[in-house]
Design a protein around this ligand. Structure first.
Ligand code: AKG
Ligand code: FE2
Length: 280
């Protein structure tokens, strides 16, 4: 039988979602965002999306396929994306899978943020693991990264819905996925796909006439180098106004001694030195 991505409601993340993620390495969670949030996010990102050209390369080995568009720095670009980053559903998942692998008293952090559009005619991405960027640890390995894809439009097998290989987070590094082990995460707008840093996946091919619009947010243990440099992505003056929790999530904190040796204090103290109040 063709494999499938398990699906649960947002109210079941703690009860069932964690076990499903452990077993399958991926799960779709429905009813996470409202239509108003998705509309607001689209409006907040509209200008930067319009100013960002489509990938035009037809290089079949390129990580980003042609006819796709990718806008990063979402924390700086969208207040709604900030709410997504700090949402209770990823918190439940990351507390469970990442916190045990953080330094004592340390945290996990935002690793990558991007709005990803896949246009009609785009080819599929190459299967990969989010943890491919991290050397040294043999695969399978302890959980270092959790990934989420927020469906802003519907995701279908035809419009580029993310492809997953359930169970592959437990595979040896050199095992290749057979065609019947790969499935598309079909989900209505408002859902969020979660997958583990070790799970094989890819953006799907878009053979439809519509655009697929998703927001990818990934999280990593705080002692890792972030894939997206959040200290540069979010201007200092802006980060100062954020809540302490969001500032920490951007990596402006210490993890054991890591991050400590800047003026021998908490980076957030420096960040907040002249803050005139904070809000998310
Ligand atoms: O667009 C997608 O569905 C997946 C994107 C992805 O896996 C990535 O950019 O790492
Ligand atoms: Fe990926």
């Amino acid at each position: 039988m063709r494999s499938q991505v398990p699906r649960i409601n947002v109210s079941d993340v703690e009860q069932r979602g964690l076990d499903l993620l452990e077993e399958a390495g991926c799960v779709v969670v429905t009813d996470v965002t409202t239509p108003l949030q998705r509309e607001t996010l689209r409006a907040e990102l509209a200008d930067v999306m319009a100013a960002t050209p489509l990938v035009t390369s037809d290089d079949q080995d390129a990580f980003y396929p042609g006819l796709t568009r990718r806008v990063t720095s979402l924390v700086a670009n969208s207040e709604t994306a900030r709410d997504f980053v700090m949402h209770a559903a990823p918190k439940t998942v990351c507390d469970h899978f990442l916190l045990p692998n953080c330094t004592p008293g340390g945290r996990y952090q935002l690793h990558v943020s991007a709005a990803v559009e896949i246009g009609p005619g785009a080819r599929k991405q190459t299967l990969h693991r989010e943890e491919d960027a991290i050397p040294f640890f043999p695969i399978p390995r302890p959980n270092l990264v959790v990934a989420t894809m927020w469906a802003i439009s519907d995701f279908t097998a035809d419009n580029g819905g993310t492809l997953l290989v359930p169970g592959s987070h437990k595979w040896e590094a050199d095992r290749r996925a057979e065609p019947d082990e790969i499935c598309a995460a079909e989900m209505p707008a408002g859902s969020v796909l979660f997958w583990m840093g070790g799970t094989l996946h890819a953006g799907g091919a878009n053979v439809s006439n519509e655009w697929r619009y998703g927001v990818i947010l990934t999280y990593s243990v705080g002692w890792l180098r972030q894939e997206e440099n959040q200290s540069l992505a979010v201007p200092f003056e802006m980060a100062r106004k954020f809540s302490p929790e969001l500032q920490d999530m951007l990596g402006n904190t210490i993890n054991g001694a890591l991050g400590f040796h800047y003026d021998k204090g908490l980076p957030t103290e420096e960040l907040n030195a002249t803050a005139e109040g904070s809000s998310t």
